[in-house]
Design a binder for this molecule. Sequence first.
Ligand code: SF4
Length: 81
Amino acid sequence: MTKICTRCLLKDFSKEKYEAIVINGLSSLPKEDLVDKAESGRRLSLCSSCDKLNQGTCLACGCFVEIRAALVKGICPYGKW
Ligand code: SF4
């Protein structure tokens, strides 16, 4: 059963969805399009304390934040990172 967690990242409440959407999605992209783990972690820590985060999705842009935060060209629509 999927746990509902409003302020959680996808990896925190659905391992299956995290692997299917985030891991598989990011693995299909060129490495040069991705930031390093330190930067994506910094970005995601800001998302984790943001009131726009809802079950891994940003309510401001509709993206899965774990994907957006991993992209070199990814931006926060509210300028938080
Ligand atoms: S991308 Fe920005 S607005 Fe969206 S959840 Fe993360 S910090 Fe909040």
